[in-house]
Write a protein that binds this ligand. Structure first.
Ligand code: GLC
Ligand code: CA
Length: 555
């Protein structure tokens, strides 16, 4: 047994806002900070403790704000620094906290540092980025970018290449240069001094580039894999420990790293000794669901119970007592969770959304709710490539379809299933025009199902997905076993049911979830004593679980 150290960020529920799609206050079709401020009571009533905002900094928006041109300014479309300060004080006035996205593996190519850097080899900012000479008339090595194509861009002016692990408008910062670290750490302190409550650190596992050899090329792939030299390296950990000493330890923050990687990596980043981060997002249960081909995420691969459960149970078991965990299924980089893991048909949408909610709120770790998930919002299922805005789709289309390597219909089917734009359609507030998101033309179309999936209706309906989330959050606040309880998997080989228990200070919580759209045999809950804390069905049947049924009991 172990005693878990208490911390506010373990007890909290985090709600992620994708500002561009949350609420538009001025009719230009783009969500903004004042739009967020106007809806804070909605979030307070839901009960969330922390808001994580995807990037709100100045950006030319090649990757929707994940390409920052000024870390100390607000994106024009989102408002002004005064709007930000007002939003922050209104969040604090309601007893909630704000976590900012820190995108510091790379900046925008319009950031002043890069503008200088690309002026020439002798520029004092040259070494703020990663420049290399070409090899044999081509790029310095075979690395591919996460968004298709080479990870190197040739620069006419100096005749050298710069590294970009994402789009070419997102050059990678050179963390090996102490001036870069000084600049980033100063900027972080500047935001902390303003009173923000934490950072979600974008692809932070990639900051420590250790060497620039060719990466392994998997069969059929066009480029080599950079990860052996750039991911979870010794230097990445050293930089995070330095950040911890120079910034994070001076404040009381929630820190969560977007690191990907395996449980061993997570144990290092989020270790209980507190030398690096509070917690990290694992990707194995999301990005690990694919056919293992050169197309990576672009596949028809579903989310079978056996695979998802095995991965998440392993994360639960490996981390407990040693490192804090996060629990999430959806975010702005994943499709809608009810469409992917549940069932978004009219018949099962509500029950399956509630079943998935039960999972993320009763596993061990801090739960992250992505905007609209609390309404059971679904994928949009675009049918043509032109409907997509996301650069990831267009680059993949170019690399695989336009080159004749993949059939267009197949790719469109993969896009419809897994594209990030599925999660980026505007928040569905009510049944008015554009779901109440904007009075103008939304930057990305509103899902037409807003007429029956929207916040206003669900707030009025006690049986809605929204109220189910509200009750789960309340249960977390009132039952320490949900936060701190030891996790033990149950029925690990059951073909249909995900079950586990949590134990803490003499209390036992038992959870059973039917992952399927049919009735399945299960006697676990009949045999479990205790009171029912929550369920997505009003009544139960002996010996079976109903489609997507979730039951939680406390003894
Ligand atoms: C992270 C972000 C994603 C972005 C990428 C590059 O994965 O979550 O949205 O495109 O980093 O910054
Ligand atoms: Ca706006």
């Amino acid at each position: 047994m172990f005693t878990e150290k208490k911390a506010w960020w373990k007890e909290a529920v985090v709600y992620q806002i994708y500002p561009r799609s949350f609420a538009d206050s001025n009719g230009d079709g783009i969500g903004d900070l004042n739009g967020i401020t106007e809806h804070l009571d909605y979030l307070k009533n839901l009960g969330v403790d922390v808001i994580w905002c995807s990037p709100v900094y100045a950006s030319p928006n090649h990757d929707n704000g994940y390409d920052i041109s000024d870390y100390r300014a607000i994106m024009k479309e989102f408002g002004t620094m005064e709007d930000f300060d007002h939003m922050l004080s209104e969040i604090h006035a309601r007893g909630m906290k704000l976590v900012m996205d820190l995108v510091a593996n790379h900046s925008s190519d319009e950031h002043a540092w890069f503008v200088e850097s690309r002026k020439g080899r002798d520029n004092p900012y040259r070494d703020y980025y990663i420049w290399r000479d070409g090899v044999n008339g081509g790029p310095p090595n075979n690395w591919g970018s996460c968004f298709s194509g080479s990870a190197w861009e040739y620069d006419e002016v100096s005749g050298q290449y710069y590294l970009h692990l994402f789009t070419k408008e997102q050059p990678d910062l050179n963390w090996a240069n102490p001036k870069v670290r000084d600049g980033i750490f100063d900027m972080m302190c500047w935001w902390c001094d303003k009173g923000i409550d934490g950072f979600r650190m974008d692809v932070i596992g990639m900051i420590g580039k250790e060497s620039f050899e060719d990466g392994p090329v998997s069969p059929g792939a066009l480029y080599g894999d950079f990860s052996p030299f750039c991911m979870h390296t010794h230097t990445t950990h050293a930089y995070l420990q330095e950040m911890r000493r120079r910034v994070l330890d001076k404040y009381d923050l929630l820190t969560v790293g977007e690191t990907s990687g395996n449980t061993d990596n997570a144990l290092q980043y989020a270790n209980n000794e507190g030398t690096e981060l509070n917690m990290v997002f694992g990707f194995e249960h999301n990005d690990g669901l694919n056919d293992g081909t050169e197309l990576g995420k672009w596949s028809d691969h579903g989310a079978p119970l056996a695979e998802v459960r095995k991965t998440l149970n392993r994360w639960q078991m490996s981390l407990q007592g040693k490192a804090w965990n996060t629990v999430y299924l959806g975010n702005h980089d994943q499709p809608r969770q009810v469409s992917r893991y549940g069932n978004d048909s009219e018949l099962f949408r509500t029950v399956s959304a509630k079943m998935l909610a039960t999972l993320i709120h009763t596993l061990r770790g801090t739960p992250y709710v992505y905007q609209g998930e609390e309404l059971g919002m679904t994928n949009i299922y675009f049918s043509s490539v032109d409907e997509y805005q996301d650069v990831e789709n267009h680059n993949a289309w170019h690399q695989w379809v336009e080159s004749g390597r993949v059939d267009a219909q197949d790719m469109l089917r993969y896009f419809a299933r897994i594209s990030r734009d599925n999660a980026r359609t505007p928040m569905q507030w009510n049944t008015q025009q554009n779901a109440g998101f904007t009075t103008g033309t939304p930057w990305l179309p509103v899902n037409r199902n807003y007429l029956f999936i929207n916040a206003e209706d669900q707030v009025k309906d006690p049986n809605s997905v929204y109220h189910y989330y509200r009750r789960l959050i309340e249960l977390r606040h009132n039952n320490p076993v949900i936060v701190y309880g030891l996790f033990t998997p149950l029925l690990e080989d059951d073909p249909n049911v995900w079950a586990y228990k949590r134990e803490y200070e003499g209390k036992t919580l038992t959870v059973a979830l039917n992952w399927t759209d049919h009735k399945v045999p299960c006697t676990l809950m009949d045999e479990t004593e205790g009171v029912e804390l929550i369920s997505n069905y009003p009544s139960h049947q002996k010996g079976i679980l109903q489609p997507y049924e979730a039951i939680v009991k406390l003894l």
